[in-house]
Write a protein that binds this ligand. Structure first.
Ligand SMILES: [Fe+2]
Length: 304
């Protein structure tokens, strides 16, 4: 998920629009990642008044900062309580996934070794992603500005948090956590069309005007976070905000939600409220379709 600020932070030349094999040499140095503002734990966070939780979150966040100095990802030695939170949430979600997630997503979780048993490490998922689609995960200590976050996708890099939500509210987190990233986002990067589509969003973010960046934020919201896709005559979820939340996932398939055919023009102009359950969702016919309409849209940037 994203914050609202719109400051550009990557100055290096972009990898070409269709460079789907971003090499180590193409990547900017992670130590050059600069962020205007990285969200700290908010007062409305369920762990806000739990000193021990705050310390632990800060410690795991410090590993992400260390990554930027060394370029090396440190595996987190998750403690038994954190593992229990993971098991609880993923077991609850597993049943809903069987019902509502696309078969592709279910396979992707298996391919990446994401199970209900223990919290997966970014390093192990990176090894598999490298073989499958060349996508990479880089640790980050919190929410960053929209443009900076999205821009890294142009290098097939997703910034991922490693800490986990507070144990008092395993069903809820006001900020991205390892459940949201690993259960919601990361499996989809094993799909090459989805990975290429994500990269196009990244390219777009680097050259977008502020208004276009807002549009891209909406496209991201209604696809990457809350997207639905047609799958053999059925509607299935592929958005991370749906797949990582039992409330949202059940709600998405309920009667109160209008599920519309995807329309790019409509999506980029559709306001949303991140604090409410979604009332309108968009269904894509396929990931290759999403990739192609996004490519054309990004190619139009700078032309008008
Ligand atoms: Fe997200």
């Amino acid at each position: 998920m994203l914050t609202d600020a719109t400051t550009a932070t990557i100055d290096e030349p972009a990898a070409a629009l269709e460079n789907f094999l971003v090499t180590d040499e193409d990547l900017p140095e992670f130590r050059d990642m600069k962020f205007e503002d990285i969200n700290q734990l908010d007062l409305d966070h369920p762990g806000a008044s739990d000193e021990e939780y705050r310390e632990r979150r800060d410690y795991i966040a410090s590993l992400a900062k260390r990554f930027r100095e060394t370029g090396v990802i440190t595996d987190v030695d998750y403690n038994p309580r954190e593992q229990r939170v993971w098991r609880y949430v993923t077991e609850e979600l597993a049943e809903l996934h069987e019902k509502h997630a696309s078969p592709f997503y279910l396979k992707a979780k298996r391919d990446l070794g994401i199970t209900t048993v223990r919290i997966p490490q970014l390093t192990e998922m990176n090894r598999r992603l490298k073989e499958l689609t060349g996508f990479r995960l880089a640790p980050i200590e919190g929410l960053v500005e929209t443009r900076a976050f999205l821009s890294w996708l142009s290098y097939r890099v997703m910034l991922s948090t490693q800490y986990i939500r507070h144990h008092s509210r395993p069903d809820y987190t006001p900020e991205p956590d390892v459940v949201h990233e690993s259960i919601g986002h990361i499996p989809m990067f094993t799909n090459s069309n989805f990975a290429d589509f994500s990269q196009f969003i990244g390219h777009g973010a680097r050259i977008a005007s502020d208004k276009q960046l807002e549009e891209l934020g909406r496209l991201y919201w209604f696809t990457v976070e809350f997207g639905l896709a047609e799958d053999e005559g059925e509607i299935k979820a592929y958005g991370a905000g749906l797949l990582s939340s039992f409330g949202e996932l059940e709600h998405a398939f309920g009667d109160e939600v209008e599920r519309r055919p995807f329309n790019l023009e409509q999506v980029i102009n559709m306001p949303y409220d991140y604090s409410e359950m979604q009332s309108i969702l968009y269904v894509i016919p396929s990931y290759s379709y999403l990739k192609e309409v996004t490519r054309k849209y990004i190619e139009s940037f700078g032309k008008n």
